[in-house]
Design a protein around this ligand. Structure first.
Ligand SMILES: CC(C)(COP(=O)(O)OP(=O)(O)OC[C@H]1O[C@@H](n2cnc3c(N)ncnc32)[C@H](O)[C@@H]1OP(=O)(O)O)[C@@H](O)C(=O)NCCC(=O)NCCS
Length: 227
């Protein structure tokens, strides 16, 4: 992995932010004070990372993704273009006296996005919610409840419409609570609304995916950072 940190001349990276090796911050992106970005991340044009936000390794923030503090994004997370991770459940600009509210006048509640999960374009995540490991939030969804690991959620409000595996592809239902990734062949087990796995596919399991290489965690998607 490249170790050079690349920051576009028009990006605004606070001197008190930490940027990991091999991370690229594209034009007009802003990284606020005390934010911590891991290694190998890509911040697309116009992306925003609030003060003290924690970002793991190999995270992609697509163009104009807005991540408000105190969000935590674990390794391999993908935040789609113009997605918003909010931090205030009952926002007001002013108090009842009409005075402008300042930082100490309200409590920010951050969103947590677990390892390898993806948030689709223009999705909104309500303050304080957690997106589970390797989950996928559809484009345009509004997430108002926590999202379980591996869940595929869509709509307003977001509801689970399926499961995805580590590769981000919808899983095929084998029946009896067993699910298979058509891309990697990995097997998952559903019980009481929770998906666990993956286990390597056994010889003779249904479908086409390779059983030799379970594939790497995390979603794909182009960087879309350069302009
Ligand atoms: C949710 C998603 C993964 C579904 O993909 P898919 O499994 O191929 O699903 P299909 O296109 O077959 O659609 C299945 C159903 O879900 C609906 N659906 C698909 N995407 C949806 C979305 N974003 N929101 C709400 N419903 C959606 C379809 O209308 C269809 O409904 P129907 O069965 O009633 O006709 C995909 O549409 C999506 O939103 N991906 C994220 C894209 C994105 O934001 N990328 C960011 C980088 S640019």
């Amino acid at each position: 992995m490249a170790t050079e940190v690349r920051i576009a001349p028009t990006a605004d990276v606070d001197p008190a932010a930490e940027i990991g090796d091999g991370t690229t911050v594209w034009h007009l992106a802003q990284v606020r004070e005390k934010a911590v970005l891991g290694r190998g991340c890509i911040l697309g044009r116009g992306a925003y990372v609030g003060p003290g936000v924690i970002v793991g390794d190999n995270v992609k923030l697509q163009n104009y993704a807005l991540v408000y503090e105190p969000a935590v994004l674990e390794d391999g997370v993908f935040i789609g273009p113009a997605a918003v991770l909010t931090n205030d459940m009952y926002p007001r600009s002013t108090d009842v006296e009409g005075a402008l509210k300042r930082d100490g006048d309200w409590s920010a509640e951050g969103v947590t996005v677990r390892e390898g999960a993806s948030v689709g374009a223009r999705a909104v995540i309500v303050a304080g919610r957690t997106i589970g490991r390797h989950a996928l939030v559809a484009a345009g969804a509004v997430v108002s409840r926590d999202v379980p690991d591996f869940a595929l959620v869509a709509g307003v409000p977001a509801r689970r419409i399926g499961w995805v595996g580590r590769a981000g592809v919808p899983l095929a239902d084998l029946g009896d609570g067993r699910w298979r990734c058509p891309s990697t062949g990995e097997l998952y087990t559903e019980q009481d609304g929770t998906l666990t796995g993956p286990a390597p596919a056994k010889a003779g399991e249904l479908g086409t995916g390779s059983t030799e290489s379970p594939g790497t965690a995390g979603p794909g998607g182009s960087a879309e950072g350069s302009d």
